[in-house]
Design a protein around this ligand. Structure first.
Ligand code: AKB
Length: 318
């Protein structure tokens, strides 16, 4: 019998690229994509796809049994900015989906779980520079609360029920294939689109607000490497700090200007500024680097070049 993977939330920004990568490594038919809607047609047409509500335990269970799933990547979530507009819905989606998957692992219907946490699990009282793995965590967004609580539950299910659950605290993830939705760090993607289409961008984050960020390719490698690591090398069962680079809106704008000299940026901070200001500026991810040899490849210059090249191609073809 084949080793089979289910990606829940497969139409989303990270879910879609994770699905493509897992399919290229494990074979098309061994990676089942699932989402609440068929919202990414390219992804839907690229292999097995199931319409599935991450909040519905029985739907996930049926899918796990039908495809004989071994490993679940739970990528469905409401992000930080949208979560502030729909606090109860964010709590419900983010927590119910996690319990559904952890309980399937507890019942031994699946063997392994990946669940993403985030820098959003930290809050205004967390040390901002080189934030340690173990730090004060008092998140003040609903999203952050779900991530902090989720981390505690992951560790609890591992310690008490032997569930093999693995997690990283993603920084802002920058990519060009699928747009993100409802995050605070989305500005670092919007800015590239607007640099190409309008040559200018109005940023909803203040110019000197520094945040940890990462290119999608690095994020996917981190996720798969963590899941492939030997069980006894995983010493953190809540969620690993994970980092690549940190920059401010002003610094990313400078980097774009090196490629597009006429590009200009203005600032008009909104409610997302307060969220960004409550998060770390940089992250100490030495645990991940030691335990499962994590290292990143893309710095700001690489990301800028790749984003502008890919988006230029995309817009010139459309
Ligand atoms: C968000 O901005 O909400 C996410 C995150 C950092 O978790 N991108």
């Amino acid at each position: 019998m084949n080793y089979r993977i289910l990606v829940i939330g497969a139409c989303g920004q990270i879910g879609s690229e994770l699905t493509y990568k897992l399919r290229s490594v494990n074979g098309m038919d061994n990676v089942i994509a699932a989402d609440i809607k068929e919202s990414n047609i390219e992804l839907v047409n690229s292999g097995p796809f199931e319409v599935l509500d991450a909040k519905n335990f029985n739907q996930i269970k049926r899918c796990v049994k039908a495809y004989n799933i071994d490993t679940v990547y739970l990528m469905a979530a409401m992000l930080s900015a949208k979560g502030e507009q729909f606090p109860k819905k964010a709590w419900d989606l983010n927590m119910t989906s996690l319990f559904n998957v952890l309980d399937l692992a507890k019942e031994k219907l699946i063997n392994k779980v990946f669940w993403p946490s985030s820098i959003g699990a930290f809050g205004p009282t967390t040390p901002k520079n080189n934030t340690p793995q173990h730090a004060i965590m008092e998140p003040n967004t609903v999203y952050g609360i779900t991530k902090q609580v989720g981390e505690r539950w992951c560790e609890y299910y591992n310690k008490n029920y032997g569930v093999d659950v693995r997690s990283v605290r993603y920084p802002g993830i920058i990519s060009w294939k699928t747009l993100p939705g409802g995050g605070t760090t989305d500005y670092a993607i919007d800015i590239f689109h607007k640099a190409i289409t309008d040559k200018k961008y109005e940023c909803y984050i203040a110019e000197d607000t520094e945040l940890p960020m990462m290119f999608m390719e690095d994020a996917i490698n981190a996720t798969i490497n963590l899941m492939n690591a030997a069980n006894d090398s995983i010493t953190i069962r809540s969620s690993y700090n994970l980092a690549a680079i940190s920059f401010t809106p002003k610094q990313i704008a400078e980097s774009i200007k090196l490629q597009i000299p006429e590009f200009s940026i203005t600032y008009n901070p909104d409610f997302r500024q307060q969220i960004a200001a409550s998060w770390p500026k940089s992250i100490d991810d030495s645990k991940a680097r030691i335990d499962w040899n994590w290292s990143h490849d893309f710095d700001l210059e690489d990301i800028t070049k790749e984003m502008l090249m890919q988006l230029n191609n995309m817009y010139s073809l459309s």
